[in-house]
Ligand binder design. Structure first.
Ligand SMILES: [Zn+2]
Length: 68
């Protein structure tokens, strides 16, 4: 049990459609972030990215982010 208020949880969708994130990563939102948009902004500061895959948006942690 944590003292953190329940907000949106944004977790990694894994390196591709058939593989799960090896680290089961999720963004740790800052105290003021409640909505998914705010949480994703926190994630971007930590190196998370959002991309389109097969017509839907997926969230990728720094580990699963495709190499440039
Ligand atoms: Zn990941």
């Amino acid at each position: 049990m944590t003292a953190r208020p329940i907000g949106a949880e944004v977790s990694c969708d894994g390196p591709d459609a058939s593989r799960r994130c090896p680290e089961s990563a999720a963004i740790s939102p800052s105290l003021n972030s409640v909505t998914a948009t705010e949480v994703r902004a926190d994630g971007r500061a930590d190196g998370w990215t959002r991309r389109r895959r097969n017509g839907r948006l997926v969230d990728l942690c720094p580990t699963c982010k495709p190499a440039p």
